[in-house]
Ligand binder design. Structure first.
Ligand SMILES: [Mg+2]
Length: 198
């Protein structure tokens, strides 16, 4: 049977939940404990809207933190559960969650591999397409990172880059990193995504 489901593939950090400012080290990075989890404005609304349009909702995320010993597995799972609970409280269920835990320089050996699933590679998307019989030509990748757009593009998806780009220099960096790949749409925030889906 042909693949017929359409899907929204969504990056986690910066799309579902906000990046966190880690004051102790002065960097903005992925949340490391559940109390740092804050949802991005508009995410619940977008997910509900997409679901009503018949899209499957699939989270696609690189999470090398366990392997590089930045976060322990317990907190990683607690964050994952917090996201699920909060989605459930908003009557949203994901159809799939796919994580790449690898990193070429991981300190924990089993994660230190050159995998085929770490974005911009397409392994996670390909797996979901196979598992859920997804029609890639009707599906989208939504992310706030270069890797989301390159990975989505290479997997055959339409892509939406969320980036509040106000500085020309930053825009030039993004464009040069994307090389010849152009996101289907570039928008400032999640609220603008809703009207783009068709
Ligand atoms: Mg991100």
């Amino acid at each position: 049977m042909q693949n017929q489901q359409k899907a929204l593939f969504l990056d986690r950090d910066g799309i579902f939940i906000k990046m966190h400012y880690h004051r102790n080290v002065g960097v903005i990075d992925t949340p490391l404990v559940p109390s740092q989890v804050v949802f991005v404005p508009g995410i619940f609304d977008l997910l509900k809207h997409a679901k009503n349009m018949g899209y499957l909702l699939i989270l696609i995320s690189n999470q090398p933190g366990i392997g590089i010993r930045k976060i322990n597995k317990k907190n990683f799972i607690a964050i994952k559960n917090k996201i699920s609970q909060e989605l459930k409280a908003n009557s949203i269920t994901l159809d799939g969650e796919y994580y790449c835990l690898h990193h070429p320089f991981a300190l924990i050996k089993k994660y230190a591999v050159e995998c085929t699933c770490r974005k911009p590679k397409t392994g996670l998307i390909d797996q979901a397409v196979k598992d859920l019989k997804i029609d890639i030509s009707k599906s989208w990748m939504i992310g706030d990172g270069i890797y989301d757009i390159i990975g989505g593009h290479n997997a055959g998806l339409k892509t939406i880059l969320i980036a509040n780009i106000t500085e020309t220099e930053y825009l030039q960096v993004v464009e040069s990193q994307l090389q010849d790949i152009k996101p289907t749409y570039l928008v400032k925030n999640l609220k603008q995504v809703k009207n783009l889906l068709y």
